[in-house]
Design a protein around this ligand. Structure first.
Ligand code: C5P
Length: 310
């Protein structure tokens, strides 16, 4: 007889870059209306869920010491939320193998929460529909629904209302990971502070955010040069204000031949688009030798969202 299969379930989940992040004025609830074009890239965390007598969490990988291994971790909160919705105890151990930069603007924490939802749903045999998981994901955080979905999608509302965006082919990215993270609320607050100096930061003062038709056309056509030209992030001035050294990182990637660059989400990771795999290698090598970042990652996308791998 073969041994009984391990009851553990492992879910792989990608990082994201926002190829466009249009940020509206501050709303009454403190959030900002967005037109966010999320793009899933092939840098992954893996979350393994195993039955246990009580909720536990462990984290492994570079910078694991900067990830809370306690119930405040968004992945643990995901397990608690899903269990509560079904009248269960969150009796599970979560192990996060971390490869997505921590606090880097690449939705690593959101990715882990999405993976925990998918893993616990499978482990507990709940059979939740994608819509049911997406609703729980939106309660956990603005970027969590996209981590479930993957691919490329326009996020409206505070980023959680998703519409898939058609894409042709694959794009080649290089990511320059900075030393230390940036807090997302702090970057939004800095964006508001800068806007308040120039006319106002509230909804009445700022144009309603909208997806850029040229960017959507570039994605649909698989046109890397046009996508590179259309990359845009309204949080970039705020990230640069909090971390002025990022300007040198962006410059170094541009000088190495990137066809587009921007700060990823709330930063501080900088993202560079290359015209092909060879150019991505050249940009990565130049960035690694530039002394302007801690390390460099190369990844293709778009890729699928959270999936059970074993
Ligand atoms: O939704 P999430 O918990 O990921 O958001 C983290 C923080 O980012 C929020 O507390 C808020 O400060 C800021 N945020 C925002 N507008 C959004 C999304 C996030 O102001 N649309």
């Amino acid at each position: 007889m073969s041994p009984s299969p391990s009851p553990s379930i492992t879910v792989r989940v990608p990082a994201k870059v926002n190829v466009q992040l249009a940020v509206g004025g501050r709303r009454a609830d403190g959030y900002h209306g967005l037109a966010s074009v999320f793009f899933a890239v092939g840098l992954y965390d893996e979350v393994t869920v195993t039955p246990s007598d009580r909720l536990g969490i462990t984290v492994q990988g570079t910078d694991a010491q900067h990830v809370p291994a306690d119930p405040s971790n968004l992945a643990a909160r995901a397990a608690v939320l899903l269990a509560a919705r079904h009248g269960l105890e969150p009796a599970v151990r979560l192990h996060i193998a971390k490869d997505i930069p921590v606090a880097g603007g690449m939705a690593g924490g959101s990715a882990d929460a999405a993976a925990a939802l998918v893993g616990c749903d499978a482990l507990w045999g709940l059979g939740s529909s994608p819509a049911e998981l997406a609703e729980l994901a939106a309660e956990l955080g603005s970027d969590v629904p996209f981590s479930l979905l993957g691919g490329v999608a326009l996020g409206e509302g505070r980023g959680e209302l998703l519409t898939p965006v058609p894409v042709t082919g694959s794009f080649h990215w290089v990511f320059a990971v900075a030393d230390g993270g940036l807090s997302t609320p702090a970057v939004y607050a800095e964006c508001d502070r800068l806007r308040a100096q120039h006319g106002g930061a509230d909804e009445a003062d700022v144009p309603v955010p909208a997806a850029d038709p040229a960017l959507l056309a570039a994605l649909r056509a698989g046109d890397a040069a046009a996508l590179g030209a259309a990359l845009a992030n309204d949080l970039q001035p705020a990230a640069l204000s909090l971390r002025p050294a990022l300007a040198a990182t962006l410059r170094a990637g541009g000088e190495a031949g990137a066809i587009g660059s921007l700060v990823s989400g709330s930063g501080p990771t900088c993202a560079f688009l290359a015209k092909d795999a060879e150019a991505a290698g050249t940009v990565a090598q130049a960035l690694a030798g530039s002394g302007t970042c801690r390390n460099v990652r190369v990844a293709e996308g778009p890729v699928a969202g959270a999936v059970v791998v074993r």
